[in-house]
Design a protein around this ligand. Structure first.
Ligand code: SF4
Length: 460
C-alpha cells in the first residue's frame, strides 16, 4: 500500500503534477548524443543535474554512462557559465580525447540565459577545439517538454552541425530513430539489411549501451553513427523518421537544409506499425519485400492467432512515451484487447488525435491524457475507479500494480529494477512476438495464481 493516499475521487488540477509520466529534457539529449561514435555528452549546468541524468541512463542500460559537466558554482550561477564551458571543452579534449563534445543545457544555464552557441564559437575561435574535432550543442530547458523533447532537440543539433549536401545524391536512406533500446536499433539495421536497403541510422546506441564484455575497456565503444555517415545524411535520397515526437522536427530540418525528402511514420512496434515501416522502406528504396520478411510476419500472425483467445477483451492501462504508446495501443487493439487508460507526460495535440483514431471503434470511451497534468497519480485514480487486467509502463508503474494487485509489464524508459530489457528488441515482427509472449505469461501466471485447486489446469 505504498500509494495508499491516492484518493478515488478525481479533482481537476491545473498546476500540480504528481508522479510525472516523463523525465527531464537533458536525459534525452544525452541518450541521443551517446548514439554518435566517439561522442562525449556534456551537461552545461551544475553537477547535480549531470549526476542525475547519468545515473538514470546507467540504471536503465546497466552500462557506465559517461558525460561531462560545466560544474556550475554559485559564481557561475550568477555571472554565467562561459568560463566554465570553455575550460571544460579544453579539459575534455585534452584528457578524454573524444571526436565530438555534444553540449546540452539545463534549467539553470537556461534561466541565466547563457548563449551556448556563442560560447562554443568562442571556444573554436580561441583554439580550444583541436583540428578534426567538433563541439555541437542544443538547448534543453527542462521546465518545458520531456526527455523526448530533449532527444528531438539533440537530433536537430546533430543535423545542424553535420549534415551537408554536395548536390550529388547517394543511394542510401536515412533512418532517424526515435527513442528505443540499443537492441531495437540493431534490429532496425538487421531488417534493413534483410530488405537489401543501405541506410544511415542515427542515432545508433547499439554496441555503445549494449557493448559486449570483451575484458578490454573501450572508452568509446565501436558503435554509434560516425561523423562521415552523419555528414552524408545530407546526400541521402530519402529519410524515414520513426516516431513523430522524437524525430519529425529533425527530418524537417534536414529537408529544409539539404533537400532530403522524408516521411514520418510510427516506431515499428507491433504488426500494423511494422507493416507500415516495411512498406515505407520498400517504397523509398524501391526494393521488393523479400520472402524472409514475409515469413517473419507470418510467424507473428500465427502466434497472434494462437494467443488471441487469452487476450480478448482484457482491459489495459498504459503510460510512457508517445512514440511508443501510439503503436503499442494499435498492437493491443489488433490483439482484441481494450486499452482503456493511456497517459503520457509528453505534450503534443497529435497524441490524443492519433490514439482516438486507433481506438475509434474498439474503445471509444477510453481515457486519454498527455502533457503536464497527465501523471501516474491520475492514472492510479482511474484504475481505482474502474480496474484493469494489465498495466504497461516503466518501472514507476510497479507501485500502482502492487497496490491494486494487477499484472505489470515493464516497457519504456526507465526500467530501473530489472536487467535484460535493453538486449531484446520489441520492434519489428520478432519484437512484437516477444511483447505478446510477455503479456500472455503475465495473464496466465495470474490465472494460475488465482485459480482454485479444482480449476488449476495443466493445459490452459
Ligand atoms: S529538471 Fe532541470 S534542474 Fe532538475 S535535473 Fe533536470 S535539468 Fe537539472
Amino acid at each position: 500500500m505504498l500509494l495508499r493516499h491516492t484518493p478515488k475521487e478525481i479533482k481537476e488540477r491545473k498546476a500540480l503534477t504528481v508522479n510525472p509520466a516523463k523525465t527531464c529534457q537533458p536525459i534525452g539529449a544525452m541518450y541521443a548524443a551517446l548514439g554518435i561514435h566517439g561522442c562525449m555528452p556534456h551537461s552545461h549546468g551544475s553537477q547535480g543535474c549531470c549526476a542525475y541524468h547519468r545515473s538514470a541512463l546507467t540504471r536503465h542500460y546497466k552500462e557506465p554512462v559517461m558525460a561531462a559537466t560545466s560544474s556550475f558554482t554559485e559564481g557561475s550561477s550568477v555571472f554565467g557559465g562561459q568560463a566554465n564551458l570553455i575550460q571544460a571543452i579544453n579539459n575534455i579534449f585534452t584528457i578524454y580525447s573524444p571526436d565530438i563534445i555534444a553540449v546540452h543545457t539545463t534549467c539553470l544555464s537556461e534561466t541565466i540565459g547563457d548563449d551556448v552557441n556563442q560560447i562554443c564559437q568562442k571556444a573554436r575561435d580561441d583554439g580550444k577545439v583541436p583540428e578534426g574535432k567538433h563541439v555541437i550543442h542544443c538547448n534543453t530547458p527542462s521546465y518545458v517538454g520531456s526527455h523526448i523533447t530533449g532527444y528531438s532537440n539533440m537530433l536537430k543539433g546533430i543535423i545542424k552541425y553535420f549534415s551537408k549536401s554536395t548536390g550529388v545524391k547517394k543511394d542510401q536512406i536515412n533512418i532517424i530513430s526515435g527513442w528505443v533500446e540499443p537492441s531495437d536499433m540493431r534490429e532496425i539495421k538487421r531488417i534493413c539489411r534483410q530488405m537489401g536497403v543501405k541506410i544511415v541510422l542515427f542515432p545508433d546506441t547499439s554496441d555503445i549501451l549494449d557493448a559486449p564484455q570483451t575484458g578490454v575497456h573501450a572508452f568509446y565503444p565501436k558503435g554509434g553513427t560516425t561523423i562521415p555517415e552523419l555528414i552524408s545524411t545530407g546526400d541521402s535520397k530519402f529519410s524515414l523518421a520513426l516516431g513523430e515526437f522524437a524525430t519529425d522536427a529533425a527530418a524537417k530540418d534536414l529537408d529544409s537544409r539539404c533537400k532530403v525528402k522524408f516521411k514520418t511514420i510510427d516506431l515499428p512496434i507491433g504488426l500494423s506499425a511494422t507493416d507500415r515501416f516495411i512498406v515505407a522502406l520498400s517504397n523509398s528504396a524501391d526494393v521488393d519485400v523479400p520472402a524472409s520478411v514475409t515469413e517473419e510476419r507470418g510467424r507473428l500472425v500465427d502466434i497472434i492467432t494462437d494467443m488471441q483467445q487469452y487476450f480478448y477483451n482484457k482491459r489495459v492501462a498504459l503510460f510512457g512515451d508517445p512514440d511508443q504508446l501510439i503503436p503499442l495501443t494499435e498492437l493491443l487493439v489488433d490483439l482484441d484487447m481494450r486499452p482503456v487508460y493511456i497517459v503520457s507526460g509528453t505534450s503534443g495535440k497529435v497524441f490524443e488525435r492519433r490514439i482516438r483514431e486507433i481506438l475509434a471503434e474498439s474503445v471509444p470511451d477510453a481515457k486519454v491524457r498527455n502533457g503536464h497534468n497527465a501523471d501516474l497519480f491520475l492514472l492510479h485514480q482511474w484504475i481505482k475507479n474502474e480496474p484493469v487486467d494489465l498495466v504497461i509502463g516503466n518501472t514507476y508503474g510497479k507501485y500502482i500494480a502492487r497496490d491494486e494487485d494487477i499484472p505489470f509489464l515493464r516497457m519504456g524508459f526507465p526500467i530501473l529494477d530489472r536487467v535484460g530489457h535493453s538486449y531484446f528488441p520489441t520492434v519489428g515482427y520478432s519484437g512484437a512476438m516477444r511483447i505478446l509472449e510477455k503479456i500472455l505469461n503475465l495473464l496466465m501466471d495470474r490465472q494460475d495464481r488465482d485459480s482454485s485447486e479444482e480449476s488449476f489446469e495443466l493445459v490452459m
